[in-house]
Every structure is written in structure tokens, then in C-alpha cells.
Design a protein around this ligand. Structure first.
Ligand code: GLA
Length: 496
């Protein structure tokens, strides 16, 4: 009898196991991450709780933490991020004591049970400061111009790249055209020393020497960090070290800071954006060194309304640009609601230039340059200035277009649509206007600019095509020209 009961019990357990029931997904799971340039290993830690077939948990890395919720069906699991209920964040199966699956449908996961060594330290909350105004630093009276490493080099930027780029900024004529700032983006960061000072990693052996070199070329140096514990690429950022980092950069001779929200979103809600950005604005000011302050928080929380109050000179209004027509147009059109907030000392930033990076046509790149100038955007080249083609040079170094961007009035154009033709008019300090007609269509089209649409006081006295570098004549109060698909007609018109 007893033997029969034991056999029955054994049969039930075997049945449960074969159905996958009773195999809990609960626990901590880890998989090795990539090694960063500062020697730290990126981490991945999934902590799961299971109640019946319901799963809840957190996925953490050095730079993000995601709350997850989902279901287990036997050994199979499906987990969703709370902000994205339509698409599974993590799916997979428990196989031989390991989790095998996919993160966000594209990143394979093989996770083993974690030990205490795999824990990721929890970051304690730091209360944002009370609001106050950070005085304007008097910089960026016109939109900042320069070069930034991210669009082309991303994590592959190093000291040698920056030095050779500095040389090329001079020999190519970029510096003399106004492209002054040489900005190192993410992945320069090392680790903090015993006193908490953030060092650069092996790719940048001596930041002070690099700054001296850049300055010796008549250029200025920019650097990158963020208000969270980690940057977007997972490197240490300035959370809790704001004043210390600002002092370090000032001592190195840094002239420009791009400050990227990234992992701050795991700590703060959007209502903390202003005080958190103010903290670094005040820290930069306290160094006594003039440092352009670039806010990078993708346009969240109406940054255009409070950017100047935190000492900001420019702020991103969009997500990251990609080297493609649709992304470029989407970014510039998102500028429209922020137009009234641009002006000397504080600019909307639809992200860095992709001109010369190879995935748009020359016409599209001319449109990119024209639109960035019309909306008074910062002009931060993102290509390899050392090897740029004559066409790329002619676009980036078009002095007449740069003059539109750098116009002292600092007004930002907005578009008027007429079918596939989109007209942008920017008032200029001399009483004239710059007008761009962009052809969004797939075929060439005839663009007509009417003097009456330009808001000019008087009749057109002078008009110039800024890409043809030639004066043109308004006849009967209008000027017409053929514009290629995705191309632009860009005129400078004056009534005096
Ligand atoms: C974010 C920013 C980018 C770049 C990367 C670096 O995505 O928007 O411009 O700085 O981070 O990690």
C-alpha cells in the first residue's frame, strides 16, 4: 500500500516536471556583459518573482533598470516593460537551469543563476535642488558651430582621432568658417579615483594635453556627461559628483559640455528635469570658466521654456538623428513649437549634422544644411573632416548659408506647406529674409517665391541664390526655379 502511494507520488511529480510545472523562474539571473573601454564589465541582472503563472521583476544593467511584468506558461516566459505593453521586452524558456531567450526581439539572452558577486549596487536618491536662476554665461550669442564625434565614430573615438580632426578642421577651412568647438561625445570616461575624481579611459591618456593641443589650433574642446549615474553608453556620469566633475573639466580646459539625461530617467521623473539640469548649470558657473552648456534630454518637459534659466545655451528638441532623409526631416519639423524660444545665447537643437556620412544624396544634404541654418540650429558637423569630398566641403563650408544660421537676430524659421513644397522664412538682422523652399516630393517641382509672402517692408531690391552663389531677379513680384526631389531653393532677399 505504502509502496503504491510512493509510486503514485513519484508519478505526479514526474508529470508536473514533464509539463514544466513546478519549475520556478523566480530568482536572480545574470549573463556577462561587454567590457567597456574603462575596464568595467557591463552587467545584466534579472530578478524575478513568480506567483502561479504571474511573473514580476526588474532587469538591471549599469545604466538602466526596467520594471517587468508577465506570465509563465510551463517553462516559457513572456515579460513586458510597464511602458510598452504591446511588445514583449523579454521572452524565452527555462532550459537545463538557464534562461534562453530574446531581449526586445533582437538581443539573444543566455542567463545563469546569479550569485552575490553579480549584484548591481542600488543608487541612493539625491533630492534635486530648489529652483533658482543660473545667470546667463554670455556665450553662444549665435548658434554654436563645431564638430562632434558621435554620429560617425560613436564608441570608437580616441585622442588620436580628436587630434587629427583638429588638424583637419584647420586645413579644411572649417575653423575659419566658424566651426570652433571640437566635441568629444560619450565613451571617453574612465573610472573614479579614491577621491571620486572621474578620470579618462585609456583612449584618452591625457585630457589636459589634448585640450592644450586643441587650443593651440585655435579651436575649443567639448566633453560629454550626464546627470544620471551612467551615460547612454554605460560609462560613469556625474550623478552626485556635479561640482567635482565641473572642476575637473575646467582644470582640463574644457569649453563645452553636452549633458545627456540617459540613466537619470531611472531616478527622476520629468518634473525633476529643470532642477537637475540647474545643478550642473550652477556647477559650471561656479568654476569661473566660460563653458557652453548643451542640454541633451530629447526635448522632454518643455525644455525650451526653462533651458535659459538653468544656464543652458542649447537644448536638444528631438531624439537622435539618423543619416536618412526621413529622420532629418522629422527632427527639423519637430522644431516648430519651440521656434519662439530660440534667440541669442539659447538655441533649440534638432541634433548634429549628418552631412557627408554617406546615406543621403547631395541634394538631401544641401537641404539638411539649409534647414539647420533656417532654424538657427547649432551646426555641429558629424562627418570625417579629414577625408571629406569636395561636395561635402562645399556644403559645410558654404559661407552664405552659414551666415543665415549665424545671423545676429537669432530668429528661427517655421514651415508653410503647399503640397510637396515646404517654405521656410527666416527674418534677418539687416531687415531682409532667408527663404528656403524644400521639395518633399519624388519628382522635380517648380518652386515660386512671392515677395508678398516674405513679410518684407517694400519691394525686393536684391535676391541671391545661396547654393548657386548668384544673384537672381524677381519679376512681377515673384521668383521661380526648378527644385529637384528632396532638394532646396535657398534665397537671401532684401528690400533695401
Ligand atoms: C544619446 C544622445 C546621443 C549621443 C549618445 C551617446 O543617445 O542623444 O547624441 O550622445 O547618447 O551615448
Amino acid at each position: 500500500m505504502a509502496a503504491a502511494r510512493v509510486a503514485g507520488l513519484f508519478f505526479c511529480v514526474a508529470l508536473l516536471a514533464s509539463a514544466g510545472l513546478g519549475q520556478s523562474l523566480a530568482g536572480k539571473w545574470t549573463q556577462p556583459g561587454r567590457t567597456l573601454d574603462n575596464g568595467e564589465q557591463q552587467k545584466w541582472l534579472l530578478e524575478l518573482k513568480q506567483n502561479g503563472n504571474l511573473l514580476t521583476g526588474t532587469l538591471k544593467s549599469l545604466d538602466y533598470a526596467v520594471e517587468l511584468k508577465g506570465t509563465a506558461t510551463g517553462t516559457h516566459f513572456e515579460l513586458f516593460a510597464l511602458w510598452e505593453p504591446a511588445r514583449p521586452f523579454l521572452t524565452g524558456d527555462l532550459v537545463d537551469g538557464e534562461l534562453h531567450g530574446m531581449e526586445r526581439g533582437r538581443r539573444p539572452v543566455t542567463a545563469k543563476p546569479a550569485t552575490a558577486a553579480d549584484d548591481i549596487p542600488t543608487v541612493s536618491y539625491i533630492e534635486p535642488p530648489a529652483l533658482h536662476n543660473v545667470a546667463n554665461n554670455g556665450l553662444a550669442k549665435t548658434p554654436p558651430m563645431g564638430w562632434n564625434s558621435w554620429n560617425l565614430f560613436a564608441g570608437k573615438v580616441d585622442d588620436q582621432t580628436v587630434r587629427t580632426m583638429a588638424d583637419a578642421m584647420v586645413t579644411s577651412g572649417m575653423r575659419d568658417a566658424g566651426y570652433i568647438y571640437l566635441n568629444i561625445d560619450d565613451t571617453w570616461e574612465g573610472v573614479r579615483d579614491a577621491e571620486g575624481n572621474l578620470e579618462s579611459n585609456h583612449k584618452f591618456p591625457d585630457m589636459k594635453a589634448l585640450a592644450d593641443y586643441v587650443h593651440s589650433k585655435g579651436l575649443k574642446l567639448g566633453i560629454y556627461s550626464g546627470p544620471g549615474p551612467r551615460t547612454c553608453a554605460g560609462y560613469p556620469a556625474s550623478y552626485g559628483h556635479e561640482e567635482q566633475d565641473a572642476k575637473t573639466w575646467a582644470a582640463w580646459g574644457v569649453d563645452y559640455l553636452k549633458y545627456d539625461w540617459c540613466s537619470a530617467r531611472n531616478i527622476y521623473k520629468n518634473d525633476a528635469l529643470q532642477p537637475v539640469y540647474q545643478k550642473m548649470g550652477a556647477a559650471l558657473q561656479a568654476t569661473g570658466r566660460p563653458i557652453v552648456y548643451s542640454l541633451c534630454e530629447y526635448g522632454w518637459g518643455n525644455v525650451e521654456k526653462w533651458g535659459p534659466a538653468v544656464g543652458g545655451n542649447l537644448w536638444r528638441t528631438t531624439g537622435d538623428i539618423r543619416d536618412e532623409w526621413s529622420s532629418m526631416m522629422e527632427n527639423v519639423e519637430k522644431q516648430v513649437p519651440t521656434a519662439p524660444y530660440a534667440g541669442p545665447g539659447h538655441w533649440n537643437d534638432p541634433d548634429m549634422l549628418e552631412i557627408g556620412n554617406g546615406h543621403m544624396t547631395d541634394d538631401e544634404y544641401r537641404t539638411h544644411m539649409s534647414l539647420w541654418a533656417l532654424v538657427a540650429s547649432p551646426l555641429l558637423a558629424g562627418n570625417d573632416v579629414r577625408t571629406m569630398t569636395d561636395v561635402t566641403k562645399a556644403i559645410l563650408l558654404n559661407k552664405e548659408v552659414i551666415a543665415v544660421d549665424q545671423d545676429a537676430l537669432g530668429k528661427q524659421a517655421s514651415p508653410l506647406k503647399n503640397g510637396d513644397l515646404e517654405t521656410w522664412v527666416k527674418p534677418l538682422a539687416d531687415g531682409g529674409v532667408a527663404v528656403g523652399v524644400v521639395n518633399l516630393g519624388q519628382a522635380a517641382a517648380q518652386a515660386t517665391v512671392k515677395a508678398s509672402d516674405l513679410g518684407l517692408d517694400g519691394t525686393v531690391k536684391k535676391a541671391r541664390d545661396l547654393w548657386a552663389h548668384a544673384d537672381v531677379k524677381f519679376a512681377g513680384g515673384a521668383y521661380s526655379a526648378t527644385v529637384p526631389s528632396h532638394g532646396v531653393l535657398l534665397l537671401r532677399v532684401s528690400a533695401r
